[in-house]
Design a protein around this ligand. Structure first.
Ligand code: IMP
Length: 202
């Protein structure tokens, strides 16, 4: 079976990506499967730059076609922050819980609704081919109290008005129908299918 490395050490992301690409007929490999512990410095100016850096680093280390995700939360009342820095927001070292607390501290004096979006950039790196990118966005708002146990990161604070639920109140299947990552990966599927078909012929 043809192999695709999913270049992420983030457990929450991996669970979602493995479920979304599981039916493509590819063997999905994680860094842990290969004993790869690469920590890529995410110092790019855009999500695409960071996703490309991650995909390239893991491709070089493994020799395998690689898919990487760079994503973040953009809150309008904070001028789009934490954005690219979603994973290291507030005093460091931080945890997912401390970053959520810091986000609410930053927002407490701002008028609601605290409109926001999640954004995901997917980079697909294959030896000898130009890197390809897809993007997905999910609109919602930040609420002042956590709700739900599912998902990861900012999910308990990210409310979807149309559903009346936070991301953390959705099942994996529900989140994977509408999330930023799901939208980006839906566009990535035909790209992956075409790439791997070409490879079969060469
Ligand atoms: P990075 O892409 O590894 O730089 O990290 C993205 C960060 O954005 C995560 O650590 C989370 O804090 C946040 N994030 C991205 N996607 C999601 C999501 O689906 N739910 C909650 N938080 C997310």
């Amino acid at each position: 079976m043809k192999k695709l490395l999913i270049a992420s050490n983030n457990r929450g992301k991996l669970v979602e990506i493995l479920a979304l690409l599981g039916d493509l007929g590819l063997e999905l490999i994680t860094p842990a499967d290969l004993g790869l512990t690469i920590d890529v410095l995410e110092d790019g100016q855009t999500y695409a730059e960071n996703a490309a850096k991650k995909a390239q680093a893991f491709l070089e280390a493994s020799g395998l076609p690689t898919l990487a995700d760079d994503s973040g939360l953009e809150v309008d009342a904070l001028g789009g922050r934490p954005g690219l820095h979603s994973n290291r927001f507030g005093p460091q070292p931080s945890t997912e819980a401390s970053r959520r607390r810091y986000l609410l501290e930053m927002l407490q004096d701002k008028p609601r609704p605290w409109t926001a979006r999640f954004r995901a950039l997917i980079a697909i790196a294959v030896p000898g081919r130009p890197m390809q990118f897809t993007e997905g966005v999910c609109e919602g708002e930040i609420i002042p109290e956590e709700r739900g146990q599912g998902g990861f990161g900012y999910d308990p604070l990210f409310y979807l008005p149309a559903l009346g639920k936070t991301m953390a109140e959705l099942s994996l299947e529900e989140k994977n129908r509408l999330s930023h990552r799901a939208r980006a990966l839906m566009q990535a599927r035909p790209i992956l299918q075409a790439l791997f078909e070409d490879w079969g012929e060469s």
